[in-house]
Design a protein around this ligand. Sequence first.
Ligand code: PLP
Length: 369
Amino acid sequence: MPKATETVLEIDLGALVHNYHYLRSKLKAETKFLGVIKAFAYGSDAVKVAQKLIALGVDYLAVAYVKEGIVLRDAGIKTPILVLHPQQANFDELIERCLEPSLYSPKVLKEFLETAKKHNQTNYPIHLKFNTGLNRLGFWENDVDFIKEQLGGRAEIKVKSVFSHLAASDDQTEAAFTKTQISSFERIVKEVDEKLGYTPFRHLLNTSGILNYPEAQYDMVRSGIGLYGFGNAPEIDSELKPVATLKTIISQIHNIEPNESVGYNRAFTSEGYKTTATLPLGHADGIGRQYGNGKACVSVNGQKAPIIGNVCMDMIMIDITGIDCKEGDEVIVFGKNPSAEEFAAGADTISYELLTGISQRVKRSFLGT
Ligand SMILES: *Cc1c(COP(=O)(O)O)cnc(C)c1O
């Protein structure tokens, strides 16, 4: 791997390939695979990741919003794209760009039907999202009659799939709850099939679902975090490879006397003689203030160095006392060691938030093709 000469998020496409094969190995050969590439492919690069996933043979891609899908279409991506959380304001563009909406409430279903009619569509593919306990987005089980009534005799749209989302697939202590979600999903899909008179395909599992409830894989699974190298469990993380490594360099080294302070509001004061390093990376790059004041550590020449004082917009300071390093040396913020999960845990958050928060100001570079 090349040494960093500035702040860079290195995206290892080889790691993506490895993680895809690992997840696939947990599934039946006939189960379709949807790659979740919302939020810039979890902070990496949606187009590059999409192209790689397509080369690997994924069946579907998913984004959260219509504008994310448009970027993929502009890049020439023809794979079906599920838009998980579209808004009515973007339905025209959604249809113009052949994106497939998740419809999740009576209101959006009606609005989408109107838009599809206005665009003279027949059999426009849509996906019905049901709430089975996450209580976030989704039709209720007893909306099936309403759906039937709306769709009966209408040719504008066609239900391509029915899906739901698990609330705690990563948490074994919630297994009983997850099982109730799985059974209500089974009831719902049966009722939908009966009432629509045809059988849309089914999907329920995210990454942790694939790992913990493979019996509920149905026709397709939807994986995000696993592709990027995290399985919400240490024994899975050790099987996966992190796609993103955030690297930076030491801009300047300071030798601090006892009782001197470092950074805004003098949040760090040194008890003894300390050596500190300033890095060109701050909260505007996605390393939020919650990581400051000793909460998270970076790695300098293989040694742990805590972030000290308050995180600034464009800089952080770290304690490098006793670490052999010099100005210009590479610093690993997260990657293999510390992992994004470990780094995030220091500030009581999760890899998902840390990864998706790395701002667009940070340069992306790619390993592998
Ligand atoms: C984000 C998302 C996923 C992916 O979840 P991971 O835990 O990252 O695998 C799957 N399904 C839905 C509905 C999502 O919003």
